[in-house]
Design a protein around this ligand. Structure first.
Ligand code: MN
Length: 421
């Protein structure tokens, strides 16, 4: 049995006149909506969305992930209908992120839906990971590689959303699921938080304050401290108990624990008939199913979000240092082997007309040049002329004594030839 505990905080910020954000803390259903539109329209949009989401969720018979996506679609329809019915409200819209506990018994999981640029993060084992993908122009440009993440922060069109509730009668909804583990902490927030507080600072607050309400309040306070240019809304959801899932997972060491989230294509979610959730085909595989098909885009974002987390950074530094130490050791060994090869033998060659024994290899090996080991008293005039080309290129011997024996042989051979001649 999964047990959750949640806390929240919201604030108008220091610049805006009113708070158009809305949040929901219901029984196992949590949401943040960031409304937009002239006058009070933004507030109406986010309020309508959150209320419609809760109504659709409680009315539905099946509390599975598909039902949460259906409830988000129902919220979209309500906001759209409201906007159509009142000229004052025309053009209003809202973002929506929601988290719900779905399933029962061993098959419980957290479903996450997203439309717009509010976000859901997961803090697990001290590391913060962004679960949702922003539906904004800059996020799409970054994902396509046309814009760097640092540039996106100051892009003039950073407020432009590519998806929002209330703009059309239907909207694609991102749906993903998370297997809840004891100690997991989910963060739902509007862009007013992210705009002011960096991910690593968010992570540090979430690690420091164990009470979800205190953590939410602290995050809002940090955002105001750093400018508070927008409405700020934060919901923190803690997994207090997971019905022994964590113990089972670490005992079995299944890859499931690493598989944070499964992102389903919006097109699949869109195929559902929201008015009859009982006949809706479940679009999410049960928990036991393998295949954590996290999209590349999702994975990249998740990696980027997790990158500033301190433990991983330290791990990387240690790895880099170890790598360079290993590289140095390998290079040192190679140099040693080369020196041994270059210096470890002798050869008989010529120094002018004088037959000379060298330590090293004829011509040298890279920077290791041969050195003179012994200048013999023998000259080219005292050896058979057929040996001269060999001596010019150098005759390699394994040791000093072998080289000396070779020279002695040359002399003996010459003397015998002289005696016979
Ligand atoms: Mn906002």
């Amino acid at each position: 049995m999964t047990v959750l505990r949640a806390g929240a905080a919201t604030d108008t910020g220091l610049v805006r006149a009113n708070n158009q954000d809305q949040l929901l803390l219901a029984d196992s259903l949590y949401a943040v909506a960031d409304g937009m539109g002239g006058h009070a329209a933004g507030e109406v949009a986010s309020d309508t969305a959150v209320k419609a989401l809760e109504a659709a969720w409680s009315a539905g018979a099946a509390h599975d992930p598909g039902a949460l996506a259906a409830a988000a679609k129902e919220a979209n329809r309500k906001v759209w209908q409201t906007a159509q019915s009142d000229p004052e409200l025309r053009g209003m819209g809202t973002t929506l992120v929601a988290v719900a506990l779905t399933g029962s018994g061993d098959n419980q999981e957290l479903a996450v839906v997203n439309v717009g640029d509010s976000r859901v993060y997961l803090l697990r084992d001290g590391e913060l990971e962004q679960l949702t993908v922003d539906h904004s122009l800059v996020a799409e440009l970054v994902a396509e590689g046309q814009l760097r993440a640092e540039e996106a922060e100051f892009h003039p069109q950073r407020h432009v959303l590519t998806r929002a509730l209330g703009v059309d009668s239907d909207v694609p909804v991102d749906l993903l699921t998370v297997a809840p583990f004891k100690g997991d902490r989910l963060l739902l927030c509007s862009d007013g938080l992210i705009r002011e507080v960096k991910d690593n600072q968010v992570a540090s607050v979430l690690r420091r304050l164990s009470d979800p309400t205190e953590a939410a309040k602290e995050l809002v306070a940090e955002a105001k401290l750093r400018g508070g240019s927008d409405n700020i809304t934060v919901v923190v959801v803690d997994v207090l108990d997971d019905g022994d899932r964590a113990a089972q997972a670490s005992a079995a060491l299944t890859p499931e624990r690493d598989a944070t989230a499964t992102l389903l294509p919006a097109s699949e979610v869109g195929k559902e008939d929201v008015r009859d959730p009982t006949t809706a085909v479940p679009v999410v595989p049960p928990v036991a199913a393998p295949a954590p098909a996290v999209s590349r885009r999702q994975r990249r974002r998740a990696e980027r979000a997790a990158a500033p987390a301190r433990p991983r950074a330290r791990l990387v530094t240690v790895r880099v240092v170890l790598f360079f130490l290993l590289l140095l050791a390998v290079l040192g060994a190679a140099a040693g082997a080369l020196a041994w090869y270059g210096r470890g033998s002798y050869y008989v060659g010529l120094s002018g007309q004088q037959i000379t024994i060298y330590k090293g290899r004829p011509g040298g090996v890279l920077w290791i040049k041969p050195t003179v080991a012994q200048r013999t008293a023998v000259t080219t005039a005292q050896v058979e002329s057929r040996h001269i080309p060999d001596l010019q290129s150098g005759v390699t011997e394994s040791s000093m004594s072998a080289a000396q024996a070779y020279v002695a042989n040359l002399t003996r051979e010459f003397q015998q030839a002289q005696a016979q001649g």
